[in-house]
Design a protein around this ligand. Structure first.
Ligand code: ADP
Ligand code: MG
Length: 260
């Protein structure tokens, strides 16, 4: 994994809210095929970085580039969230955002929608093409639910799933976009120990399936167990970077956490 060109390159990202620089010029290289941890005390700018990467916020300054195969990369900053999603960057949110009245299967089908291109006439008339696409979409959605361990809960409404399963469903819905890069914002927040163990297994499976992961997480054991590389933010600055073991032992990192 080492030595590969970055899949995602963030250069000098600044995000200013009034007088506050939530990001004060952050560089980030995320290597393909890795789980890259983004950690730091509360308010250090982690979610802001996610929102910049996914187009929710337009950075005040700096650039975000996604490698597009060999050679030139694709600039993401300035694109809309949906164009960034279609470029292969999917995410989950710090707070679960599901269609609560829809089943697990339907939630994933919403994520798959972009992949099927039937015309409005196909939809209205229920043409053979439309019916075939619907069958394919359902099969893919079921495969995704199986992948995140929710196959037996496909027909359960999202609001009736236990919280840990809702978080896995959010990941499944993001995977339906067929991303090259998946951003997870505190996926272990509020989970029980057995739920966290299951989540760790699934995140590893996602990485092993070739999807690069950026993981915001404050459970240090999750970060230690999963991340190939970790960047640490504090007050909008990157203060350390390295293996999970290296950053955990870094005096600057220890001080940042003690001061929070
Ligand atoms: P983290 O996710 O690391 O806890 P955030 O990125 O959410 O931190 O926030 C970083 C800083 O930016 C905080 O001081 C927060 O209050 C501020 N902030 C985040 N989003 C906004 C916003 N939309 N408007 C104003 N300030 C914001
Ligand atoms: Mg946050």
């Amino acid at each position: 994994r080492a030595g590969a060109d970055p899949l995602l390159k963030v250069e000098g990202a600044v995000m200013q809210f009034g007088g506050l620089k939530a990001l004060a010029g952050v560089n980030l290289d995320v290597r393909p095929g890795t789980i890259h941890g983004l950690i730091g005390p509360n308010g250090s700018g982690k979610s802001t970085m996610m929102n910049v990467l996914t187009g929710i916020y337009k950075p005040t300054d700096g650039g975000v580039t996604l490698a597009a195969g060999a050679g030139s990369g694709k600039r993401l900053d300035g694109l809309t969230p949906s164009d960034i999603a279609l470029s292969g960057v999917a995410r989950t949110f710090q707070n679960v955002q599901l269609f609560r009245e829809m089943t697990a299967l339907e939630n994933v089908l919403v994520g798959l929608h972009h992949a099927f291109h039937g015309t409005i006439f196909d939809a209205i008339l229920g043409t053979p093409r439309r019916r075939r696409e619907e069958r394919e979409a359902r099969a893919r959605a079921m495969a995704i639910l199986d992948f995140v361990g929710l196959g037996s809960l496909a027909q359960v409404e999202a609001r009736n799933l236990p919280y840990g399963k809702q978080r896995l469903l959010e990941i499944g819905r993001a995977l339906a976009l067929d991303p090259v890069l998946l951003l997870l914002d505190e996926p272990a927040a509020g989970l029980t120990a057995p739920d966290i163990a299951e989540l760790i297994t699934i995140i590893r499976k996602i990485r092993d399936a070739g999807i690069t992961v950026i993981l915001i997480e404050h459970h240090m054991d999750v970060v230690m167990g999963l991340c190939d590389r970790v960047s640490v933010l504090d007050f909008g600055h990157k203060i350390a970077e390295g293996s999970a073991r290296e950053v955990q032992a870094d005096p600057k990192v220890i001080e940042a956490y003690l001061g929070s």
